[in-house]
Design a protein around this ligand. Sequence first.
Ligand code: GH3
Ligand code: MG
Length: 315
Amino acid sequence: MSEITPPLILIADDDKITRMVLRQAMEQEGYQVVEAIDGESCLAIFSRLRPDVVLLDAIMPIMDGFACCARIQQLQGATQTPVLMITGLEDQDSVDQAFTAGAVDYITKPIHWAVLRQRVRRLIQQVRLYRQLEEANSKLQRLATVDGLTQIANRRRFDEYLEHEWQRMMRERLPLSLILGDIDCFKLYNDTYGHQAGDDCLRKVAQVMQMAAKRAIDLSARYGGEEFAVILPHTEQSGAIQVADDIRVGVKGLEIAHASSKVAQAVTISLGVATTIPSQASSPEMLIMAADQALYQAKAAGRDRYCTDAIESDY
Ligand code: GH3
Ligand code: MG
């Protein structure tokens, strides 16, 4: 709900006159209105238009307001649209039933118009605040898990995901592979072309990492300064080697000039691949260490290549 579009109120009432009077009252407040003649059509309209507030009559044919309200709650998901019940029933049971069904507020007929206006106003304010909060939360969530420079997962997300997939693969007795990649002679690259160019290079390499990890459950992350990591759940060593070599070829294929590199005239990457079937006897840290050792071997063997390492006891 933006500041520009007026709030949308869904009015569900089987009585035509009531609907008309409610519509007028709401339109006077500057809201947009859509009408439903029973619970069933209310649900259909709710799903389609996602209104900001629902004014729901309790007694309607086909599906009454209580059932309709309960169904709306099931449909809601993350968007919390408040439902205000309007009814002639004043007994304790109906009030309880409305709140049990998920209504956030309740007014009785005959409608006290000033009260209705104030309540709807307050609900709209609440909806706005709630949605702003949701937006801020998802922004924060993103900031907490995405690397600012490269826009791929950050170290924190990497740590969380590795732990999560470690547990999952342990339960399912499936292999988990990890690739660590480190750009070759990157210090020299920065020294030759400047830090800004270095940052651009990191962004491009990150994209290659992201593209190489194709499955939805794979996770590419920036592991450290010029180090990247790929978590490959349910992946044997042979599959991880394929991904590692795709990355190596992909980075070289970027053809980023690197005149001072000891390896080639272009930016290259070295990779370490480790695979294990997680168990109580090993740990994610051991998998990282194994990948790191393999990476070290790739560097020592001349860079622009991958090496593998397995945690012996399990694999
Ligand atoms: P090797 O081939 O052995 O990996 O050598 P290297 O020069 O890549 O390795 P080293 O660890 O000596 O240098 C890493 C360099 O990465 C040094 C550091 O300035 C640079 N670096 C780390 N983070 C960033 C960053 O965010 N942006 C830029 N531009 N450079 C970074
Ligand atoms: Mg390096």
